[in-house]
Design a protein around this ligand. Sequence first.
Ligand code: ADP
Length: 494
Amino acid sequence: MLRSLTARLSLTLFLLLLGVGVGLMFLVIHTSTLYEQEVSQKLNKDLAQQIAQSETLIQNRRVNEAALDQLFHQLMIINPSIELYLLDKTGKVLAFSAPEGKVKRSHISLSPVEAFLSSDAKFPLMGDDPRSLDRQKIFSAAPIGSADDLQGYLYIVLGGEQYDNVSQMPGHSVIVDSAMWLLLVALVTVFIAGVLIFFRLTRRLRGLSSAMQKYSLNDITQELPDKNCLKGSSGDEVDLLCRQFYDMAGKINAQINALKSMDNQRREMIANVSHDLRTPLTTMRGYLETLNLKRDQLTEEDQRLYLETAIAHCQTLAGLVEELFELARLDSCENILLSEAFSMSELVQDVVQKYSLRAQQKDIRLEVNLNPDVPLVNGDIAMMQRVLENLLENAFRYTPPGGCIRVRVHNDSGQVNVQISDSGKGIANDEIDKIFDRFYRADNQRHQSESTGLGLAIVKRILELHGSMIHVDSQLSQGSTFSFQLHTTPGASV
Ligand code: ADP
């Protein structure tokens, strides 16, 4: 029942207010009593003095019984709440205005009386109540006789027993009762306001909790729940918590989506690998089986042709397996292991050299444009050679006879830029984003035995390991330009 934060806060507030209320109630009663006593004692400060002056209560060290009787009688009528006592100078009670047996003390302590008579008395001042052995009450007192010849004291208890009877009756004070009611109303109002405030404050927390619950129950990659906890908020802690939850949920979704897409890619890749391995294997087996079964019926020329075809498929298989291994190896690297400073121009020259014969055979113009002031770059030479070979391989594959392939190396704002352009068939706009995917091949390329769809994926991964990216700019039937940039070695020149 007390699980909700609002209920707990409300209960805490209730207990707090109850404590404060009880404390204030006692404080009100106590201070009002003290105030009442102070006022009463100040008002009656001179009462004993005036009575002592108007009557001769002790004469020749003997109590004037007649004067006392008359005084007691008068005061009983005028003010029944006060009680008179006649004391000798040691505090012994000589006479009193009370029925026999009511007075319990025979001696009254004189120190409060002396404090009362001093000039710096602070009220309310309590003195012994002769009608009880332990009770103290406010009083008025006056000495009888002169300073040289002190004969005793007139001691008047203000608020005697009759006063007590009235003051202890329930509801005797309208002021105290009103104060109590006011206090009660104020505490109830504060409590209701507090509960409403807690309810409002915890509303956004409830919103966040329900969003979290929805998120954990639903399919995790679906849309995030409404941002109720953020509505109308102003950057406080709840707001921060809410934002952090949505950030975290967003990241979890993104990671799950990435994992799903990686899983899809992996499945696709396995399907592609199986397909690409099976096709040459089946063809190869077909030719070899035919050769085995019909060797006697085949001419020598056919036998040679069958064997050559089987060997060609075997080479395709070997090439595919090698590229797969290479990609797997590159995937497992986080950084290039062998990094050294080398001249990109020299590497390009060496690689292009290997393709010059092929260019002649295919009737393709192969141009190299090397800027003389290109600085050294940092990287793995073997890997860079692989990048150049793959790009040139594609350029030759997709450029028809009579076309042109250009390789350019130049200095580009502190980096070395390498461009390989061809005047080949070009790439359609909707394909450009896909050509770097593993096993992606243009439709008309699928059945080409030398095409694996891994060449550009290898290029992309090698450049990633070098902290670079491959860019492509292409137009259908016009040609394509592949380019990338490499960091130069600090302080190095050619
Ligand atoms: P492969 O060339 O073995 O098919 P790649 O990963 O090297 O695999 O290339 C993927 C696809 O990108 C190719 O099938 C082709 O459609 C396209 N492509 C790559 N280079 C070029 C180019 N220079 N001109 C036109 N298309 C290209």
